[in-house]
Design a protein around this ligand. Structure first.
Ligand code: 3PG
Ligand code: MG
Length: 436
């Protein structure tokens, strides 16, 4: 790394409220790679997106808050540029010395980013001698800064990418059994593919949130005004049938909290899911469901949890999600492998102060779901591999302290590779876990 200029893609797409970072997990998760590069004597030009500015400058989506947070975390000043490109940026990059770093302004302020425009990618690539992709959260996007630049530079993955791939692959390939998946969140449509893949892997599937409502309808219940997707009922039925054929137990809620409105301070009560009232909304799982989940998880040795069980953003309806976070912590304490993905699920663990007990917290929302579906993630696929399956992905260490001793694996200089076009998926809103 000594003396190299490293173009590093991270995912600093963090939730903001009034310009303040609500959850800095993704920034923290990028620190090991950044430190390894700086300690190795590289200068680092960091790229990230934030939000969906659609190719225009949006002041509320500038990366300065992320730079400030990173500065606090690594105790090295992290300057930002006013623009990802331009004379000022060219200059700032040229002046960087070993051990120094710079954060480019939000790459999505340029339309070329999401279009994976080769000219835009080439200009970004001009800032580095090598490219390191550590943006697992954005690895399902084939954009200029995640994929395009790899056509021009020798390309590597970072330590976070390695950790995510390892944790999620272990889950799919060699889980200690019995293995349970708990899937919540709002929409079945964004989870059908992952549910279908998981049914082939797990011994137990627990459903909550809006996802469970659609399955309740598929199994003949009516859910009143609750959030559910009528278009997905057939898919839910098919997944239930698949589970039955394979002998996988599916746990649906037996009771729920129903509310007059999906707002704070509204009237609510607990009812059986066999008699959900027509004009009420199911907003959380009830106490009998929580007990059933706790019991079902008792013998489980591996847990994958993605998505809240209720309308987590309203505290009265976050009870089941918080209870599940407690159970997850107990399971982890007892030696189970617990892997958690999705912003709300991780927020529940943080609120209870048990996040650090988990085996792995994924920084990927859409990316981790697509990985678990077994799909190729473009941001991983651009890094040269011996074969396509992830188990053969050669991890090229950027850390100088990894076993094996070598500071960094040497590779042949990169040949220009075909540009991968942005996938149709880029328009998909896989963002939200929320049920409201
Ligand atoms: C995410 O949070 O899902 C990633 O940062 C990718 O962002 P996107 O969904 O806006 O492409
Ligand atoms: Mg997303």
């Amino acid at each position: 790394m000594q003396g190299q200029r490293v173009l590093l893609r991270v995912d600093f797409n963090v939730p903001l409220s009034d310009g303040k970072i609500v959850d800095d997990s993704r920034i923290r998760a990028a620190v090991p790679t950044i430190k390894a590069l700086l300690d190795g004597g590289a200068s680092v030009v960091i790229m990230s997106h934030l939000g969906r500015p659609d190719g225009r400058v949006v002041d509320g989506l500038r990366l300065r808050p992320a730079a400030e947070r990173l500065t606090q975390l690594i105790r090295v000043n992290v300057p930002t540029t006013g623009d990802a490109l331009g004379v000022g940026t060219d200059d700032a990059v040229r002046r960087l010395r070993p051990g120094e770093l710079l954060l480019l302004e939000n790459v999505r302020f340029h339309a070329g980013e999401e279009r994976n425009d080769p000219a835009f990618a080439e200009r970004l690539a001009s800032y580095g001698d090598v490219f390191v992709n550590d943006a697992f959260g954005a690895a399902h996007r084939a954009h200029a800064s995640t994929v395009g630049v790899a056509a021009y530079l020798p390309s590597y993955v970072g330590l976070l990418m390695e950790q995510e791939v390892e944790a999620l692959s272990n889950l799919l390939e060699k889980p200690a059994r019995p293995f349970a998946a708990i899937v919540g969140g709002g929409k079945v449509s964004s989870k059908v593919a992952v549910l279908e893949a998981l049914i082939k892997k797990v011994d137990l599937l627990i459903l909550g949130g809006g996802v469970a409502n659609t399955f309740l309808v598929a199994s003949g219940r009516s859910v009143g005004k609750s959030l559910y997707e009528s278009k997905m009922v057939d898919d839910a039925r098919r997944i239930l049938k698949l589970a039955q054929d394979r002998g996988v137990r599916v746990l649906l809620p037996v009771d729920g909290v129903v509310a007059k409105e999906v707002t704070r301070g509204t009237e609510f009560k607990v009812v059986s899911t066999d008699k959900l009232p027509a004009s009420w909304h199911m907003v959380d799982l009830g106490p009998a469901s929580i007990t059933a989940i706790r019991e079902a998880l008792a013998p489980i040795k591996t847990i994958l949890w993605n998505g809240p069980l209720g309308v987590f953003e309203i505290p009265s309806f976050a009870v089941a999600t918080r209870e599940l976070a407690k159970v997850a912590a107990e399971k982890a304490d007892a030696g189970a492998t617990v892997v958690v993905g999705g912003g709300d699920s991780i927020a529940a663990l943080r609120q209870l102060g048990v996040a650090e007990k988990m085996t792995h917290l994924s920084t990927g929302g859409g990316a981790s779901l697509e990985f678990l579906e077994g799909r190729d993630l473009p941001g991983l696929a651009v890094v040269p591999t011996a074969g396509s399956p992830y188990e053969t992905l050669p991890i090229i260490y950027v850390s100088p302290v990894k076993p094996g001793g070598k500071a960094a694996a040497k590779r042949a200089p990169a040949k220009p590779k075909p540009i991968i076009k942005p996938s149709a998926l880029d328009d998909e809103d896989d963002e939200s876990d929320t049920l409201a």
